[in-house]
Design a protein around this ligand. Sequence first.
Ligand code: FMN
Ligand code: EPS
Length: 388
Amino acid sequence: MRYLTAGESHGKQLTTIVEGVPSLMPLTSANVNESLLRRQKGHGRGKRMQIEKDLVDIAGGVRHGYTLGSPIALVVKNDDFKHWEDIMGEDPIDMDGDIRRTVTRPRPGHADLNGAIKYGHRDMRNILERSSARETAARVAAGAVAKTLLNHLGINIVGYVREIAGIKAEDQKELSFEDKQRISEESPVRCLDDTNGKKMMDAIDQAKADGDSIGGVCEVYVEGLPAGIGSYVHYDRKLDARIAFAVQSINAFKGVEFGIGFEAARRNGSEVHDEIGWSEAEGYYRKTNRLGGFEGGMTTGMPIVVKGVMKPIPTLYKPLQSVDIETKEAFQASIERSDSCAVPAAAVVMEHVVAFEIAKAVLEQFPNDQFPKLKEVFDQYREEVRCF
Ligand SMILES: Cc1cc2nc3c(=O)[nH]c(=O)nc-3n(C[C@H](O)[C@H](O)[C@H](O)COP(=O)(O)O)c2cc1C
Ligand SMILES: C=C(O[C@@H]1CC(C(=O)O)=C[C@@H](OP(=O)(O)O)[C@H]1O)C(=O)O
């Protein structure tokens, strides 16, 4: 299973093609829309999210609520396009006969300058349109297909927020999967505890008032996977590595941790490795889950717990020093419409890119053209693991 996305932030639409999804899997636009709408919610986003109402048009690969086995085409329109039609159109001359204003002032922290150098564009709009995280709507659409597949196999996945601007959510060990899911849907900052959630909202409001931006840490939790998904035999078959790649590829993500992550560097082995137990009902299990569900690039059967760190948004109302690429003069970055914190939205993006990698690994391990047969084989494997 693989996917490609196309589309610019203020262009007509985002297009995603997901290839390799087996036939006869129940899939409707509601499965995708639920994910898209969740991504749009979250405290700290700018005016753009009030303009967009992301809804998918499934333009291929699905009929009568079931996948056909052919590529699935997912289209999400940009409602903001109507305000940008002129700027995003083919004609470089505007209605007054002037050459359109170009973007020549790169923002520190965004892709503007490096992208312009690499692709030889003097108008950095050509860079920012595609480097914008608007593209994450397309990735969420693809991930929603993957998540639907996982859900049908009894695998559940949810993303939420662990930390914003140094304010950490307390560990809520007693929370069930359903609780985490509810919080991820309802909390404006997707924080697992209300007290710190409130503090996070205040921090976001403060950053916005200061013309600044803040980052944080998202976590994705996956339960219901049997041991042995992924592989140790070759570097690019290690599922934890593939998840890390997918998370790191989200706009503004700067690092990835599984389980206790970097804390492992500071502990003895006896306080890191998860002891093995066995029971008649469950088969093998781990007494702890400090390694976040992975050993040797394969699942252990414990929940996958993966964190990703997001840097603060680069576009600031509070100006940072930069250089105009035409005049070479220093300037203080001009004011642009922007989010002040997108960590709650990014938790949903992370959930979906992780879902895609897991679904892809499942399909590699249990290849099948027809979903019901895949499910049969997968359930059989689950039973073999339990009885091993
Ligand atoms: C959901 C989401 C929303 C974002 N919103 C903005 C934004 O409004 N303004 C901005 O400058 N960057 C925003 N970003 C971050 C930039 O897209 C990102 O920093 C940029 O593409 C450069 O890539 P890099 O930070 O990975 O190096 C957002 C990221 C995500 C995941
Ligand atoms: C459009 C989305 O996010 C955008 C990501 C983004 C950026 O530079 O990454 C900049 C902003 O866009 P605009 O310049 O139009 O205000 C965000 O709103 C979205 O998430 O759907």
